[in-house]
Design a protein around this ligand. Structure first.
Ligand SMILES: [Zn+2]
Length: 334
């Protein structure tokens, strides 16, 4: 049975993004797979009065079950109301949809936004598939994020990283032909907690810590010039906070050289046409760090609530910090 996102109390990204581009801030897009993450996201959004995008990836669907995640998102809207948010500005978004069928099933299932990621296909095929998804989604007022350019991953060769950047000369044609509502671009962000190899980084002579290469702001600027006011999305934008990496490592973990995107760079991006910033790894690190610490300090505990509670608190703290100090979306909810 089909259901509209509107019946579930969700919103699409259209108005949210228009306001964010104009206001020089970005909307947080946090991935979730479980209840504690969802509680932390909703609590943080309510307390900071920030609009928020709940993201479900293919991996999350496989892990938690799509039906359960859908109802959890629906529950999140009701939970937000219970916490005092009269008209929650919550989007349920499919992250990295890789086929028309998957996107269609999410639209039918009550998602208010979907991403079709055909960025690995040749340009014309990316246009064709994206257009097909847009045609279906727009019938139901569901907004669509598309992608041009390929995000560098940790396995990529340094020398090929540049050629993966989004080509500014393609964006006008792509947006015109596909009618997508927002565009994910590649300017040097990357998925995961190991965004760069030590060889790609320099070392701070004072602290000896790795300093990642800067984002390609010239590419971002060129894209903004081609598409004035058009919503731009950054994937792979966790900063991999050193305190959480240290917390994991101090209590039995082994995450050598985990490294992310410095928050100053994300803050700078948020002030531009970038209006959605995806953060996933930081939540994983906060949760794992807190659980490791709790169990190391309390070896007798075996009730999951005992260690999931501090994990939830740590994630909430992290989400609030991102909203207030990195994205600037606090106070922007209606
Ligand atoms: Zn992504």
């Amino acid at each position: 049975m089909k259901v509209s996102f509107k019946e579930l109390g969700l919103v699409n990204t259209r108005e949210m993004f228009a306001k964010a581009v104009k206001g020089g801030y970005a909307i947080p897009a946090f991935n979730f797979n479980n209840m504690e993450q969802l509680q932390a996201i909703v609590q943080a959004a309510v307390e900071t009065k920030s609009p928020v995008i709940l993201q479900v990836s293919k991996g999350a669907r496989n892990y938690a079950n799509q039906t359960l995640l859908r109802y959890m998102a629906q529950g999140a809207v009701e939970y937000a109301k219970e916490l005092g948010w009269k008209k929650p500005q919550i989007v349920l978004h499919l992250d990295h949809g890789d086929s028309y069928e998957l996107c269609k099933s999410c639209v039918d299932f009550g998602f208010s936004s979907v991403m079709i990621d055909a960025s690995s296909l040749p340009y014309e095929e990316n246009v064709k598939l994206t257009r097909k998804v847009v045609n279906y989604a727009h019938k139901y007022d569901v907004t669509v994020e598309a992608e041009l350019g390929v995000l560098a991953g940790v396995e990529d060769e340094v020398s090929s990283a540049v050629s993966h950047y989004t080509k500014p000369e393609e964006v006008i044609d792509f947006v015109k032909k596909t009618k997508c509502d927002s565009l994910a671009i590649s300017i040097g962000t990357s998925h995961g907690a190991y965004k760069f190899t030590p060889e790609q980084c320099t070392r701070d002579p004072k602290t000896g810590k790795l300093v990642p290469p800067p984002l390609a702001f010239d590419v971002l600027k060129a894209i903004e010039k081609k598409l004035p006011g058009f919503p731009i999305v950054l994937h792979g934008s966790s900063s991999v906070p050193q305190e959480y990496v240290d917390m994991c490592n101090q209590f039995g973990g082994n995450l050598p050289n985990a490294i992310g995107i410095p928050e100053e760079q994300l803050r700078k991006a948020a002030k531009s046409a970038v209006c959605k910033i995806n953060i996933d790894s930081d939540s994983r690190l906060a949760m794992t760090g807190a659980i490791r610490r709790h169990l190391a300090e309390n070896p007798g505990h075996f009730d999951p609530r005992q260690y999931l509670k501090p994990a939830r608190e740590e994630m909430k703290k992290m989400y609030e910090h991102k909203i207030i100090n990195v994205l600037g979306s606090n106070g922007k909810a209606r």
